[in-house]
Design a protein around this ligand. Structure first.
Ligand code: PHE
Length: 469
């Protein structure tokens, strides 16, 4: 390697960037509605189990693989063996596909910051219809999506320290402050205690095999695992950083934001008599309704703050998704950063246009029975991430040397990692089995069988043709 590879400037900067990647739409939009639909506290309980047992181990493993190789996903796997290149390629592809819909939702969040002040809250009964009309319109959501994507491009084009790290250092503390302000306001609403009761009294009668699936899938998505993102971020870490400790901090930060988002939303729902099982529309339809009922100037301000929170959370995540692809092009193809960013984001923009239009004018265009938006979403969230995580666990457990892993996780024996054996055995034996079970249950449960088979075929094709990547 001729020129020096970039590194994080400080430990705090790395933590903000990694937590920024993890904390995203998954925490603030998805987690609350999944909790609502899956029995409240019971789901939270199972989710926490998945995070502690599987998420934490995989994150530790991704950091170790990334720092050991000093390369992004594809290069890191390739170092283990050419045969493994496909697992990295699958990660890059997942990054592309998630970026095929994520900026669309990021754009919605931006639009709703503005809409909070321009009459959205004036007619609470029309908020649902207004959302439907907005996302199905051909032009307005596209404009916001493009603005959102341009901000992504500007951050990633500046590189690791002055781009991604700088953005994380400003935005993540902001995110916590806004979240605290919103919780403070919603928790003191009359009747809020009903919501707390729902959140903290488990109803295990609602738990089925599907609940476990939902919780596990959510853990992967929310922690940014299974697609090489934390491998890439780990590759910019210096040799002094303690990997297990950092994995624990990032996991805790991500999980706490998910829980806090639920705490911010549920008491308010109960207070205004809204059903917690509202589903994916929860954030964009129900949250403005909550703030509309608050009235005055306070309502719009809190509504705007909420969507600013969603926007910040989404932005620091999509930046990491873009970086996964960009870092691959830089590492494996010696491409210049800016060029890699422009080419990659141009392709993502086209995918996002298709996703956005699939909500309205292009809703008739279907692949395997779903529109573009759902195609990118289901393919990654339900198939690629879980399989990607399973592949990583197998690669680490069976194809890397145990001494090397121990060396990496203890910084050459200079720090102790007492849970090493536990981590190693969980990663090697338990996690692949659990993920295989999820994949099997997924194939039998999912409605879009064609899409599932297509996803598996994509992985097989990658496995055969990816050696040159
Ligand atoms: N973790 C992000 C979220 O919760 C999404 C994400 C997935 C980001 C995979 C990077 C990699 O929204």
């Amino acid at each position: 390697m001729t020129e020096k590879r970039e590194n994080w400037g400080s430990r705090f900067g790395f933590l903000m960037a990694a937590a920024g990647s993890a904390v995203g739409l998954g925490n603030i939009w998805r987690f609350p509605y999944l909790t609502g639909m899956n029995g409240g506290a019971a789901f939270i309980f199972i989710y926490l189990g998945c995070v502690a047992l599987i998420g934490l181990c995989i994150m530790t493993a991704e950091f170790a693989v990334g720092r050991r190789s000093g390369l992004a996903a594809v290069g890191a796997y390739k170092k283990v063996s050419d045969k493994w290149t496909f697992a990295g390629a699958l990660g890059v592809l997942s990054g592309f596909f998630i970026m095929g819909f994520y900026p669309v939702v990021g754009g919605w969040a931006m639009a709703y910051i503005a809409k909070s002040f321009t009459g959205l809250l004036a007619a609470p009964e029309a908020i649902g219809d207004a959302f439907g009309a907005f996302i199905t319109a051909p032009v307005e959501p596209l404009v916001w999506m493009v603005i959102y994507l341009v901000i992504n491009v500007l951050i990633v084009a500046k590189g690791i320290q002055s781009g991604i790290e700088a953005a994380g250092k400003v935005m993540m503390p902001m995110l916590y402050v806004i979240l605290a302000a919103i919780i403070f306001r919603t928790a003191s609403l009359p009747g809020a205690s009903e919501g707390f009761k729902f959140l903290f009294t488990p109803d295990f009668s609602k738990v089925t095999g599907q609940t476990f699936l939902a919780a596990l899938g959510q853990a992967f998505f929310s922690l940014s695992l299974g697609m090489g993102c934390m491998i890439t971020y780990g590759s910019y870490l210096n040799k002094e950083e303690k990997l297990p400790q950092n994995a624990l901090i990032v996991t805790t930060m991500d999980t706490s934001v998910a829980l806090l988002a639920a705490v911010a939303i549920f008491p308010a729902l109960a207070s205004f008599g809204v059903e917690p099982t509202a589903g994916p529309g929860l954030v964009f339809v129900v949250v403005p309704q909550i703030f509309a009922q608050m009235g005055g100037v306070v309502g719009p301000i809190f509504s705007a703050l909420f969507f600013l929170l969603l926007f910040i959370a989404a932005l620091t995540s999509s930046v990491s998704l873009l970086e996964v692809v960009v870092a691959y092009l830089i590492d494996q193809h010696r491409m210049e950063r800016k060029k890699a960013v422009y080419i990659t984001s141009a392709i993502m923009a086209v995918m996002c246009v298709l996703s956005s239009l699939s909500m309205g004018v292009m809703s008739g265009v279907q692949i395997f029975g779903v529109g573009f938006f759902d195609f990118f979403d289901i393919l990654t969230d339900k198939i690629f991430l879980a399989i990607g995580g399973g592949l990583l666990a197998i690669c680490v457990g069976f194809f890397m040397k145990k001494e090397d892993l121990k060396d990496e996780l203890t910084n050459g024996g200079t720090i102790s990692f007492p849970a090493f054996e536990l981590w190693y055995n969980l990663t090697k034996y338990v996690i692949p089995v659990v993920i295989a079970w999820i994949a099997f249950a997924g194939i039998t449960a999912i409605a879009q069988k064609g899409l599932m088979i297509f996803g598996v075929l994509v992985i097989v094709v990658l496995a055969v043709f990816s050696k040159k990547l």
